[in-house]
Design a protein around this ligand. Structure first.
Ligand code: DOR
Ligand code: ZN
Length: 346
């Protein structure tokens, strides 16, 4: 039986770090295992300019614990709005620390109110991204109220993504946190310029987890968990060795009281044991030998960044995930709180 695995140090290609004291609380969890992470810009107010991204980057670096300084690099992103000027894309590219621009359809998720109301309004900006080789990172869900919440990803492919790719064939796109068989199929078949991230929670859970003996707010995220057949398709894609699929946790912390609420926030916190969760999912699929490429190679290659040279080791050892973490004076309930996990980062 395999008792430990050593892989090239992984990166997290989709992460929410928040800001201030909350940033300080969650950052060490990520920095202890990942070398780099793509940092989501959905702060309040959102990170819409290069100047804001540079200031946020400085706050992240300042929040790193001493022992992890020089061991973690935040890869910054801009938040796309209806009014992002092309000149901002050039500034972002010249900064050399901004690696993508995030499209949130307005109203799709947490802090997306300032997002895009009509993709046609962004065509000049998208053309500038295509020219400057700056990837578009998409939250792939439509927000139309007539579309069923479980169908929003599939409808996004048909209504937004296909026309977008036709219009901007040179634009590199990351379809973030794919959750359906439809998205997996689409990414697999479409141009080389389109890739996708997959979260650990979408690999481990299907939508039954939201209603297991009662409503489970800590299993609520967006895009929402889907049927078992979709989870199977994600697992197949992640373990296939196909370089279009790579690790992005979408770890999204919210205080306990914001989750356990009449109108609870979307987001699952997984940073505390992210690589262990992926290891557990890959082991379930009998594909631990595919973990390294998914976690440590494919994302770096797609983002045209060097692969990491250091490594991490995971031991086969049962440990109990803490019930909660401190979150700036409030509590943060992690995924699988209080339950055992069979892999442990050394
Ligand atoms: O579940 C989610 N939480 N999905 C998102 O797209 C945003 C995120 C957050 O920022 O909390
Ligand atoms: Zn996200």
């Amino acid at each position: 039986m395999l008792t430990s695995i050593t892989i090239t140090r992984p990166d997290d290609w989709h992460l929410h770090l928040r800001d201030g004291e909350q940033l300080r609380a969650v950052l060490p969890h990520t920095a202890k295992q990942f070398a780099r992470a793509i940092i989501m810009p959905n702060l309040k107010p959102p990170v819409v300019t290069t100047e804001m991204a540079l200031a946020y980057r400085a706050r992240i670096l300042a929040a790193l614990p001493v022992a992890l300084q020089d061991h973690f690099e935040p890869l910054m992103t801009l938040y796309l709005t209806d009014n992002t000027p092309s000149s901002e894309i050039i500034r972002a590219k010249e900064s050399a620390v901004i690696h993508g621009v995030k499209l949130y359809p307005a109203g799709a998720t947490t802090n997306s109110d300032a997002g895009v109301t009509d993709i046609a309004k962004c065509y000049n900006t998208l053309a500038a991204m295509e020219r400057n080789n700056l990837p578009l990172l998409v939250h792939g869900e439509v927000t139309d109220t007539d579309v069923d919440v479980f169908d929003r990803e599939k409808v996004f492919i048909d209504r937004i993504l296909i026309p977008l790719i036709r219009h901007f064939p040179g634009l590199r796109i990351v379809f973030e946190h794919v959750t359906t068989r439809d998205a997996v199929q689409f990414v697999t078949e479409v141009s080389e310029r389109i890739a996708a991230t997959i979260t650990a929670h979408h690999l481990l859970l299907n939508r039954n987890a939201i209603f297991q003996g009662g409503i489970r707010p800590h299993h609520y995220c967006l895009p929402v968990l889907k049927r078992e057949m979709h989870r199977q398709a994600l697992l197949e894609a992640a373990t296939s060795g196909n370089s279009k699929f790579f690790l992005g946790t979408d770890s999204a912390p919210h205080a306990q009281m914001s989750k356990e609420n009449a109108c609870g926030c979307a987001g699952i916190f997984t940073a505390h044991a992210a690589i262990e969760f992926y290891a557990a999912a890959f082991e379930q699929a009998g594909a631990l030998n595919k973990l390294e490429a998914f976690a440590s190679f494919h994302g770096a290659d797609f983002y045209q960044l060097p692969r990491n040279t250091s490594s991490i080791t995971l031991k086969k050892e049962s440990w109990i995930i803490p019930e909660r973490f401190d979150y700036s004076g409030e509590q943060l309930i992690p995924l699988y709180a209080g339950t055992p996990l069979n892999w442990k980062l050394v």
